[in-house]
Design a protein around this ligand. Sequence first.
Ligand code: MF3
Ligand code: CO
Length: 249
Amino acid sequence: MIVIKTEEEIEKMHEAGKLLADIHKQIKKMIKPGVTTMEINNFVDEYLAEHGATAAQIGYNGYEYATCASINDEICHGFPRNEPLVEGDLVKIDMVVELDGWLADSAWSYAVGEVSDEVKDLMKVTKESLYKGIEKAKIGNRLGDIGNAIQTHVEERGYSVVRDFVGHGIGREIHEGPQVLHYGKAGRGQRITEGMVFTIEPMINVGEYPLVMDENGWTARTKDGELSAQYEHTIAITEDGPIILTNQE
Ligand code: MF3
Ligand code: CO
């Protein structure tokens, strides 16, 4: 179900989003060879508690951690772990922050130490594709315009778009309507209207888009073992265009 938000509700979600953006900026400073994703997860737990917020992911369908930490060929929903990150890794940290009952969701890709040109280019193109999608998130456009902009940008550069995970409406619940596909046809799909709040979160692969699930039932990884990157923002649709609620700038 799509739940349209008032200006006041969007403002509350923006507060959750600003906190989330601050956390990502802190994580950026923490990421280096030798650090573990469990240490990052513990930092997030503490930071949220200190700021009167909670991790909406904990308890969601039985998920146990504040963050998802997905490394290299892992596409999404990796578990934080005690194994140190190593030079050259590409790690994606994803989390949903809850503040005063309102949520914001943002994932970011991080390079661990010095990374290959392949990692650098994948990160660059994936981030660009997110912003190409956001540009299309305007009243009167359709959701297919967002998906098409993302797909066109990445496929022109030889990458593929993961199909099995999509963006989503968000508010008091993590996953509300609509579903926001990161591929599709311009001019198709649901009309974008004022007060919608949803995520755009392209997962982009160096190789092909098919994935396999780990035995833990959560973690998706590329079937061909190639790298995957992701950037995600929560955005609100307003008369003045999209507002990035999780903006780090
Ligand atoms: N941003 C993630 C998503 O939309 C958060 C999922 S919550 C989790 O898929 F519990 F599944 F991690
Ligand atoms: Co999400």
